[in-house]
Ligand binder design. Structure first.
Ligand code: SAH
Ligand code: SF4
Ligand code: F3S
Length: 375
């Protein structure tokens, strides 16, 4: 029996698809296929971060209507961040009667149950929270890189972002569980790079009893013997403390590459975004990194066209990028997400202006990379 998994969104989802693969293989789906018309089960692991991501899912799931007509025994599953939203889950249920299983992010550990229950009828189930799953294994599919989740959820509520609503509050895994997983990965001798995952890795352990710190976790991971490198994402500028920078600087096993999303270079917009740092504080951190870790790669994310952003305020983002000269950036047009604070703000920016700004920012980044390349 063949299975197909279609993954959208961030590394967290990529890794969760490795869990889906392990569950499917356990219950008899023994061969992965990219071809949807060959699969006995198709799982869409969805992302809700921007409207574009959601539109792609609607389009691709909708396109399976014909296939399901020809192959009544095909099972179609939609899970992940999109279907963690009640309205979207219901929409899938009503609009796509050929989708068999619709579940949210907290239901994933019980996927096996929903697949066996599908004999009795369509499954729509949404838990609003759940414990950390330490039971299901992963079928690692990312080559020499092994993903390791160190925490789930997010407490930050940046006003544009849907993640806290679909992933719940921050929950850190116990340090021993993380260290044991990494010892196991290293012992397999197949992986050169271990990437630690969390929406905000710098606040790792703040919810544990007793509290733990990210820098301490990094140190202990580096003490594990073996030939491997450590990387992690994502860091939030408000929580990237000196002790973390010092550990990155001093440990050979840690890759000198920090993804530090700034989102905007303007203080009024950063305030409206609820990012809890200023342009000056951000520049301070960058300076610290460059002093303590010369040649460290630094990358960032930016959102253009946040509600009420003026041309001058956008220029502050341009000048921040020009000052820092990142190794690479992602730039996104602001996409209103239902339920978030920013989606209700007055002064939504025209799509055409967002488009102009994103192109301008990306053109600047291209020019910087060319110049830096020459150097
Ligand atoms: N937890 C990470 C990343 C979350 S999502 C962090 O805090 O940096 C990845 C990126 O998507 C964000 O950094 C942001 O730039 C972008 N993003 C999030 N919500 C968005 C929205 N509503 N519209 C456009 N881009 C968004
Ligand atoms: Fe979203 Fe902000 Fe949390 Fe990142 S830190 S996941 S942008 S709310
Ligand atoms: Fe998307 Fe969910 Fe990740 S919304 S970016 S897949 S946490």
């Amino acid at each position: 029996m063949k299975y197909c998994i279609v993954t959208y969104g961030c590394q967290m989802n990529v890794h969760e698809s490795e869990k889906i693969a392990a569950i499917l293989e356990k219950i008899g789906y023994n061969e992965f296929t990219e071809k949807r018309d060959e699969a006995d089960i198709i799982v869409f692991n969805t992302c809700a971060i921007r409207e574009g991501a959601e539109d792609r899912v609607f389009g691709n799931v909708g396109a399976l209507k014909k296939l399901k007509k020809q192959r009544k025994d095909l099972i179609i599953v939609v899970c992940g961040c999109m279907t963690q939203k009640e309205e979207t889950a219901k929409l899938f249920y009503q609009k796509f009667p050929f989708v068999d299983i619709i579940i949210g992010t907290f239901n994933l550990p019980q996927l096996e149950h929903y697949i066996s229950a599908v004999k009795t009828g369509r499954q729509l189930d949404l838990k609003t929270e759940g414990d950390i799953d330490e039971v299901n294994p992963y079928k690692r599919t990312s080559g020499e890189n092994a993903w390791v989740n160190i925490m789930y959820g997010c407490n930050n509520f940046c006003t544009y972002c849907i993640v806290p609503y679909v992933r719940g509050r921050e929950k850190s895994r116990k340090k021993e569980n993380i260290l044991n997983e990494i010892r196991g990965i290293v012992a397999e001798n197949k992986y050169k790079k271990i990437t630690l995952l969390g929406q905000n890795v710098n606040s790792y352990g703040q919810d544990l009893e007793p509290k733990e710190s990210f820098s301490n976790l990094l140190k202990e991971i580096c003490q594990i013997e073996g030939d491997f490198k450590i990387w992690f994402m994502t860091s939030h500028p408000k929580d990237l403390t000196d002790d973390v920078i010092d550990v990155i600087a001093s440990e050979d096993k840690i890759i000198k590459d920090i993804h530090l999303p700034a989102q905007s270079g303007n203080n009024r917009i950063l305030g409206l975004m609820n990012r809890k740092y200023t342009r000056e504080k951000y520049l301070d951190i960058i300076n610290k990194i460059r002093t303590k870790i010369p040649n460290c790669r630094i990358t960032s994310d930016f959102i253009v066209g946040f509600p009420t952003e003026t041309e001058e305020e956008f220029e502050d983002t341009m000048s921040l990028v020009d000052t820092i000269k990142y190794d690479s950036i992602f730039a996104f047009m602001y996409s209103p997400r239902i339920g978030t604070v920013a989606s209700k703000m007055e002064g939504q920016v025209d799509e055409k202006i967002k488009n102009e700004r994103v192109n301008k920012l990306l053109a600047l980044e291209k020019k910087i990379q060319k110049e830096e390349g020459k150097k």
